[in-house]
Design a protein around this ligand. Structure first.
Ligand code: ADE
Length: 249
């Protein structure tokens, strides 16, 4: 097994790259790939940057050039459901591209010529990751995050959810917009900008993958401010500790 770990932003992956044993940096297509081991698992970490094309490019190179056999995307997302709160973790069961619309040629959300609106994640990998996230929230959250952050972000009540994540080339920052998406996609749990692109690439290349997102904001008018504060303070320890738990299982 060789695990590819993608995040969009430096802050989301910083801790993981620092934890790598025997790291070797390779540059390709304007991205830095760090090869090494994480808790005895052969791994490659890379930043995709934001958006679906950036994520698709990165996932393809991870598989085709660096030979990863499994991919985990870890990062933050906006909430797409009232029960999904800032600080909660969402592990995707399926991903959908909410800005895909080739009507009248194909139904809304269907990725042309795949016959699919939703790409399913790998059940085994998702179950392992959700278990690792549950362990983190139960046992480790207070030891890796300062008490101030726990209170500020309400992390003491954080939960793990599993279900649908939607991706699009839009940072959602209006209540009207996220409410409309929720109306159109009733089982939506979270919105972000990369996961469904990685999902399509992995589906087409036959690579098992999953996506884990920590909720940084409510995709409303305050989203940009909440997102920045969350990413700078708590996103990195979440990813580091959950992936550590996953690798040690
Ligand atoms: N990632 C984190 N928050 C987001 C939002 N509100 N919209 C899109 N992607 C996000």
């Amino acid at each position: 097994m060789r695990l590819g770990i993608i995040s969009a932003l430096h802050e989301e992956q910083q801790g993981l790259v620092e934890a790598m044993q025997g790291p070797q940096r390779r540059s390709h297509g304007m991205r830095d790939y760090t090869l090494g081991t994480l808790w005895n698992i052969d791994a490659v970490c890379v930043l995709s940057r934001l958006g679906k094309v950036a994520a698709a490019m990165t996932a393809s190179i991870l598989v085709e050039k660096y030979g990863v056999t499994h991919i985990v995307f870890t990062g933050v997302a906006g909430s797409g459901d009232k029960r999904v709160k800032v600080g909660d973790i969402v592990v995707a069961e399926a991903l959908l591209q909410h800005d895909m619309d080739a009507r009248p040629l194909f139904p809304r959300f269907e990725v042309p010529l795949t016959g699919l609106q939703r790409f399913a994640t790998d059940l085994e990998l998702s179950t392992q990751l959700a278990g690792a996230a549950e362990d983190f929230l139960r046992d480790d959250v207070s030891s890796v995050l300062k008490a101030a952050h726990i209170v500020e972000f309400g992390l003491q009540h954080a939960q793990v959810h599993r279900g649908l994540i939607a991706s699009g080339d839009q940072f959602i920052s209006s209540a009207a917009h996220v409410n409309q998406l929720k109306e159109d996609i009733p089982d939506l749990l979270a919105v972000e900008m990369e996961g469904a692109a990685v999902a399509q690439v992995c589906f087409e290349l036959g690579v098992p993958f999953t996506v884990m997102r920590t909720i940084s904001d409510n995709a409303n008018e305050e989203a940009a401010v909440d997102f920045m504060r969350f990413v700078q303070t708590v996103a990195s320890p979440y990813a580091l500790t959950v992936i550590q738990q996953l690798c040690q299982r």
